[in-house]
Design a protein around this ligand. Structure first.
Ligand code: ADP
Ligand code: MG
Length: 334
């Protein structure tokens, strides 16, 4: 059955049935004019929206309906984790071609719910409309946090740290774009999982609540160097990244070697990584390493903050490494 046969309200009814009533703090989820959420008794609400557009963020032939939903939610929730928050609710506006299979649309939206649930949130509403040809998703994520983690609080003397390993997403993208693999299911296992189910670092956000002060943080969804530049700008400081310390993913190295590409550059500038870049006072680093490693997440010191401006990447000898671009900018042409 196609969407024009099922109709907007038929699709919404199927989604509502699959999602059910939802969980705290959602009092009223799908079904009324707006969702009703219980306000947190303390702290802040965190709200973010993330667009996920066919042709721009993904290619249709690379992903299944369910993978599209998971990736869109991972990207949106990563911004909540980057603010040091926990996830409460997700909303999705979906523009879908009316010629699309109804089952495809249902799988996609149900995956949005599954991914939200995986991270402790509920799909609490959305909007549905016909799109002329491409799939368009907009995911709104709502979270809460005690003290928001900002881009603007890095200080000279701070240490830069990054979670997990880098370059996996760039390697996956290379394999897809070069046609080495036909779709995400064809990726090597170590790349496949992180590509189709990007994991927002909520575990890190949770455990680092114990630090004496909230870290300066950003998720590196546009690429490490570019997102580091956002911290430098917002905090009015200079960031130095030590290339030799970058935790380049092993599979990224392998794929880069086979492709004759530079794994380090992929790790420095590849987007869709969803790891966190943190700036912390030196005397908090040991505690942060202990807390994060206890969660089974790798945390690596990769540089430092000084007075000044901008981001410099240096090699082991301290010489600057020139990069032609730092990451992803939707309106720039490279
Ligand atoms: P309205 O006309 O007031 O915008 P809709 O008929 O669009 O209401 O939506 C009815 C209910 O279904 C609302 O609770 C809305 O949040 C929910 N909803 C609509 N589309 C989606 C979707 N794609 N995913 C989840 N919930 C949806
Ligand atoms: Mg509506």
């Amino acid at each position: 059955m196609r969407l024009h046969e099922l109709g907007e309200f038929g699709l919404i009814a199927r989604i509502a049935e699959a999602v059910g009533a939802g969980q705290e703090p959602v009092v009223v989820g799908i079904g009324d004019d707006a969702a009703v959420l219980e306000a947190p008794s303390a702290g802040y609400l965190l709200v973010t929206t993330d667009a996920y557009l066919e042709g721009q963020h993904f290619r249709r032939q690379w992903l299944t309906a369910s993978q599209i939903g998971w990736r869109a939610v991972g990207a949106a929730l990563s911004d909540i984790a980057a603010m040091g928050g926990e996830a409460l609710a997700v909303f999705v506006s979906a523009g879908l071609p009316s010629t699309e299979e109804a089952a495809f649309a249902e799988q996609l939206i149900c995956a949005v719910h599954e991914a939200a649930t995986e991270h402790g949130a509920t799909l609490a509403g959305g909007d549905t409309c016909a799109s002329p040809d491409r799939i368009y998703l907009d995911v709104v994520a709502v979270g809460q946090g005690q003290q928001p983690w900002l881009r603007s609080t890095a200080q000279p003397g701070d240490v830069l740290l990054v979670t997990d390993t880098l370059g996996g997403a760039a390697a996956a993208l290379h394999l897809l774009e070069s046609g080495t693999v036909q779709n995400a299911d064809g990726l090597p296992p170590a790349l496949r999982e992180c590509f189709i189910r990007p994991t927002p670092q909520f575990a890190v956000a949770r455990c680092l609540q114990q630090l004496p002060q909230p870290p300066c943080a950003i998720d590196i969804s546009d690429g490490l160097v570019q997102d580091a530049a956002h911290i430098a700008e917002a905090s009015a400081v200079a960031l130095t990244i030590q290339a030799a310390h970058i935790p380049v993913a092993e599979t990224c190295r392998q794929v880069a070697t086979e492709a004759g590409a530079d794994a380090l550059r992929w790790a420095l500038t590849g987007g869709e990584e969803y790891e966190l870049l943190l700036a912390l006072p030196r005397d908090s680093v040991e505690q942060a390493l202990t807390l994060v490693e206890a969660e089974g997440v790798k945390l690596t010191e990769i540089g430092f903050v000084t007075a000044g401006k901008g981001v410099t990447v240096v090699d082991a000898a301290g010489n600057e490494i020139e990069l032609d671009r730092g990451g992803w900018d939707h309106f720039a042409s490279y």
